[in-house]
Design a protein around this ligand. Structure first.
Ligand SMILES: [Zn+2]
Length: 314
């Protein structure tokens, strides 16, 4: 049976002397692995038709449980050429597509994950159109308009700009939170895990004698614990600063990537939120942090010393 679908290239490996094995996240068939025969020959019909992080229109012979699917035709819909020169964006794309590949099961259609990865790659390449942005409805499900080619207009990430590289990192946090939410692993930030009392917007808990005490985050338990409960229990959790907690809560609630545009964070806030999400991802998705750390290291180096220290005011 021949299948036609839109698909994003997750990774490419050489196979034999002339072929490629390509892992894709498809719109309608989940993650699939295909063989592209003759792809390494000098003259072949697939030359320039696919590469890392491309979105393609794919035609393949479905061979369920019979080995690799065979690609018949492939046509690029989005090249995302910025990834050839814009290394901070490429590092983010590499890490996030690896995370999507790890969490997407074979043959299980996950349109929300496809839409999220599509938007993430556009964002990291600095090619986000208003019409292509994935948003989240009141039911928590992603809403993405019909497919449209990116034009590069209205992009929040402008290669070479200092603030855009901060946006890459905060954007990465937003995409991690949305990925966790779509998988049903969203960290609980609205109430204490232990006493179930709502958390104040400042993030501080209130002790029995009315004192304001900092709250803690437990990656193992999947959320925040008020100061009063954290002091009483034997939690192996870390304290979280109120402003970093407010950022985390704001991004989790934000339905659209544009929410990060007007937020400028300090290095300490980026470090706090990065550490919390990193430990959470490790606990709940068992994800290796190597790609994540490499991406953040490249972003830090790219920002250099001219980082804007302006604090976020919730
Ligand atoms: Zn509590």
């Amino acid at each position: 049976m021949i299948i036609k679908t839109n698909a994003i290239v997750l990774n490419i490996r050489p196979f034999s002397e002339s072929s490629h094995i390509v892992n894709w996240l498809t719109d309608a068939h989940g993650r699939i692995t295909t063989i592209i025969k003759g792809a390494q020959r000098p003259r072949n019909i697939f030359l320039g038709q696919y590469d890392l992080f491309y979105t393609c229109e794919l035609l393949f012979y479905l061979r369920l449980f019979q080995g690799l699917h065979i690609v018949k035709e492939c046509f690029p819909l989005k090249h995302r050429a910025a990834f050839r020169t814009y290394w901070p964006g490429t590092a983010c794309a590499s890490y996030f597509s690896g995370l999507a590949a790890k969490t997407a099961p074979l043959y299980a259609p996950q349109k929300h994950l496809y839409a999220l990865l599509e938007t993430a790659l556009d964002f990291f390449a600095g090619q986000v159109d208003e019409a292509d942005i994935v948003s989240y409805g009141r039911d928590g499900q992603p809403v993405r308009p019909s497919f449209k080619r990116a034009t590069g207009q209205g992009c929040p990430a402008l290669p070479g700009s200092t603030s855009s590289n901060t946006h890459l990192q905060t954007g990465l946090f937003w995409f991690e939170l949305k990925l966790l939410g779509s998988l049903g692993y969203a960290p609980r930030l609205d109430a204490c895990l232990q006493c179930h009392q709502p958390m104040s917007t400042s993030g501080a808990g209130v002790s029995a004698d009315g004192r304001r005490v900092p709250i803690s985050f437990s990656a193992a338990r999947g959320g925040v614990i008020c100061g009063k409960c954290a002091g009483q229990g034997r939690e192996t959790s870390g304290r979280i600063a109120p402003d970093s907690f407010a950022l985390l809560k704001f991004w989790q609630a934000a339905r659209n990537i544009h929410a990060i545009r007007n937020v400028v964070c300090s290095e300490r806030q980026l470090k706090d939120v990065g550490a919390i999400l990193g430990s959470f991802l490790q606990h709940h998705l068992e994800s290796e942090n190597t790609g994540r750390e490499a991406a953040f290291s490249i972003l830090r180096q790219w920002r250099g010393t001219s980082f804007n220290q302006e604090r976020f005011s919730p």
